[in-house]
Design a protein around this ligand. Structure first.
Ligand SMILES: CC(C)(COP(=O)(O)OP(=O)(O)OC[C@H]1O[C@@H](n2cnc3c(N)ncnc32)[C@H](O)[C@@H]1OP(=O)(O)O)[C@@H](O)C(=O)NCCC(=O)NCCSC(=O)Cc1ccccc1
Length: 177
């Protein structure tokens, strides 16, 4: 088992409380950033139910694709592969308590992603560019081998970005809203 797998095996039993805007999150298991999220929500029937952890400066997520995520017999759809890379990437600004959204996601599909096999996705901040741009790199691995990777540009937004589309007070505590 890899170091990442061992660290993630600690599970999400100690769920952390949200912290104020722009305060870094403590190390360890992370709660879902929003109830019902496709990536990390534990109550989304179609979702992957990813558990997430902050380990050092890296986000580590664990999940297993199943029949709901199929694109070909036995294999995950390419769009859901992109979604899990996006989820891990989006959790990087979340743990910095910075509201940011995906502006661009470039995916390299190295190998097919099988269903019913536990996978690990990780993400890290490559660099900040100015006040609003975050360049984030994510990797999806199976048994320590690369399945897919992504380079993403996240853009910092005002909390109004979410309010304008129906978010209610208290629904996004990591973003201070
Ligand atoms: C907000 C924004 C991204 C940017 O609009 P504005 O605010 O008007 O800002 P503006 O357009 O001025 O750009 C600022 C700077 O950025 C640059 N730049 C921008 N785009 C590109 C590009 N493609 N390529 C390259 N550069 C680009 C642009 O040139 C400018 O650079 P400059 O300052 O001149 O050097 C808008 O297009 C939008 O809402 N898109 C939809 C986002 C969405 O729905 N995402 C999916 C859901 S979120 C999710 O899933 C994540 C998640 C998962 C899990 C957990 C948590 C999170």
């Amino acid at each position: 088992m890899t170091g990442l797998a061992e660290a993630s095996d600690r599970g999400a039993e100690q769920v952390r409380q949200p912290v104020p805007l722009n305060s870094p999150m403590p190390q360890g298991p992370l709660p879902s950033h929003v109830d019902g999220c496709f990536g990390c929500g534990q109550h989304n029937y179609a979702g992957v139910g990813m558990t997430l952890e902050l380990i050092g400066d890296r986000i580590v997520g664990r999940f297993t694709f199943d029949e709901r995520h199929k694109g070909a017999p036995g294999l995950a759809h390419g769009g859901v592969v992109a979604a899990v890379l996006d989820e891990a990437s989006g959790t990087v600004p979340t743990t910095m308590c910075v509201p940011a959204v995906t502006a661009k996601l470039e995916v390299n599909y190295a190998k097919p992603a099988p269903l019913h096999r536990p996978m690990i996705v990780s993400a890290i901040l490559d660099r900040r560019e100015g006040e609003r741009k975050l360049h984030i790199h994510a990797r999806l691995e199976l048994d320590g081998e690369l399945v897919a990777e992504a380079n993403a540009l996240f853009v910092v937004v005002s909390p109004d970005h979410f309010f304008a589309h129906g978010a209610k007070e208290g629904e996004l505590p990591f973003f201070g809203v």
